[in-house]
Design a protein. Structure first.
Length: 312
């Protein structure tokens, strides 16, 4: 369990041996002493009741506690993940330590790597053996965080190829569709020095959208609407907009309404358009409110109470 309770303060037995405590976790003071209780019990109490900043400080008190942060982190995957994030952010009483954070992320990733710390994947992976390459110890959020470290040069030498490789690993081996969506945006906008590739972007958007990623559904709908990386299709655009809208994506509701109003991929229907504009408008979409004002005569018939919304 990750340490979360208030700070513990330990009464030192001698002022002469009071250690100098540092949240950076460097240095030792072997001559210091504490209240004499069994070591196992003391470690258990520290790990369960101190926060990460306390553990970093106490790691300096005596040699036997030098690994206390790692012992706490190894209590669970969640604890190690939280510690890695705190070290990246410099939060929870800790100074930023990118090297240590990246080391923890590598441990959490749980995948085999080559000599350059690139994730090893099987090119001939098929649906039948998919589970073979997806380890139960694999932790995709750590892979995604490692990709960001490589893109930004945080704790490692900046390497765009490694960033892409870890996003692919998080998506394919870790089944992380947020990572697939991130990778699509990297290709779509040419982020982090990666060459712009609208076809690769649409491919990764399709993977994420097919797996149920709502934002990817909406963006894939736009790709089909504009013919960006895929063959232009009003029907496919509406299909993906509809899926995203039904999953709660507000701007996709506007796009569905617009398709009905303009007869794109569906028979023209101002009535149906008003219903979808209203669904988006009640969630605060400004463009939908403007559309309802433009179609107010029809909207007042098909959507009772719409006038109250427009008068706000």
């Amino acid at each position: 369990m990750r340490p979360v309770l208030p700070t513990l303060f330990f009464q030192m037995l001698s002022d002469d041996t009071q250690p100098v405590l540092s949240a950076a976790g460097e240095g030792e003071n072997d001559s210091s002493t504490t209240v004499e209780i069994p070591t196992e019990l003391l470690h258990r109490c520290l790990i369960e009741y101190a926060d990460w900043g306390d553990l970093a400080k106490l790691a300096n008190v005596q040699k036997g506690w030098s690994n206390i942060m790692y012992e706490a982190a190894n209590e669970s995957q969640e604890a190690k993940w939280q510690l890695a994030q705190n070290l990246l952010e410099g939060s929870a009483g800790l100074e930023q330590n990118f090297d240590m954070a990246f080391r923890l992320l590598s441990e959490l990733a749980g995948v085999e790597t080559d000599d350059n710390n690139m994730p090893l994947q099987h090119d001939n992976q098929t649906a039948e053996n998919d589970t073979v390459t997806t380890s139960t110890a694999c932790f995709s959020p750590a892979m995604q965080a490692m990709a960001k470290c490589y893109f930004e040069g945080t704790g490692v030498v900046m390497n765009k190829d490694a960033g892409v490789a870890w996003l692919k690993a998080a998506s394919e081996m870790g089944k992380n569709m947020d990572a697939a969506h991130d990778l699509a945006l990297v290709y779509e906008y040419g982020r982090h020095g990666v060459e712009n590739d609208i076809f690769a972007a649409s491919e990764w958007l399709t993977k994420a959208a097919t797996a149920g990623h709502v934002e990817a559904m909406a963006e894939l709908g736009l790709c089909y609407e504009l013919g960006c990386g895929v063959e232009q299709s009003d029907t496919d655009a509406l299909d993906w907009y509809m899926k995203a809208a039904e999953a709660g994506h507000v701007t996709s509701k506007f796009s569905v309404a617009e398709a009905f109003e303009e007869a794109r991929g569906v028979p023209q229907s101002d009535e149906e358009a008003c219903l979808w504009y209203y669904k988006a408008a009640i969630e605060g979409d400004h463009d939908s409110k403007m559309a309802l004002r433009r179609l107010e005569e029809i909207a007042r018939i098909v959507v009772p109470g719409v006038r109250a919304l427009l008068d706000v």
